[in-house]
Design a protein around this ligand. Structure first.
Ligand code: 4NP
Length: 159
């Protein structure tokens, strides 16, 4: 059975598109690409229609990871469409939870910070790299590669 995951950050041009690219790459490498539906979205709408930030795409390409996403804002329908909604930081999590009206839904997603799947339990948030230097993009990818691996391990054998 297909499982679906939506990665969420603020602008949907840096962290959540990178998470989408990292996870797509991982499931492809493991021959599991037909088993997951993968997407990303932002809590804000400022960058809707744009490709991921070129600095993020460049950092990912050096690891052989393509980032295909076009920015979009999270919608109420996403809460019924996805099994998992994984947020990058505390603000994203709180915004997603404020939009989530459980009682109105037929199907409920699991909403969690992505780093709840990390093997490094001390960090709770993926830092926003947008206003920082190149290093920030590498740190984001390091954290996402680990978290996506843990998420895959936790979900790959689920019926
Ligand atoms: P993201 O990064 O949430 O990882 O996509 C950001 C992108 C844009 C802005 C902030 C964060 N911005 O303020 O425009």
């Amino acid at each position: 059975m297909n499982q679906s995951v939506l990665f969420v950050c603020l602008g949907n041009i840096c962290r959540s598109p990178a998470a989408e690219g990292v996870f797509l790459n991982l499931i492809k490498q493991n021959g599991l690409d037909s088993q997951y539906i993968v997407d990303s979205a932002g809590t804000g709408g400022w960058h809707v229609g744009k490709r991921a930030d070129s600095r993020m795409r460049f950092a990912a390409s050096k690891r052989g990871i393509e980032i295909p996403s076009i920015s979009r804002q999270i919608s109420i329908e996403d809460f019924e469409s996805f099994d998992y909604i994984l947020t990058m930081d505390k603000d994203n999590y709180e915004t997603v939870m404020s939009l989530f009206h459980e009682q109105a839904l037929k199907k409920k997603p699991i909403i969690k910070p992505i780093l709840s799947y990390s093997s490094e339990q001390s960090l709770k948030e993926i830092p926003d790299p947008y206003y920082g230097g190149e290093d920030g993009f590498e740190i984001v990818l390091d954290l996402l590669e680990d978290a996506c691996q843990c998420f895959l391990q936790a979900t790959m054998n689920r019926e």
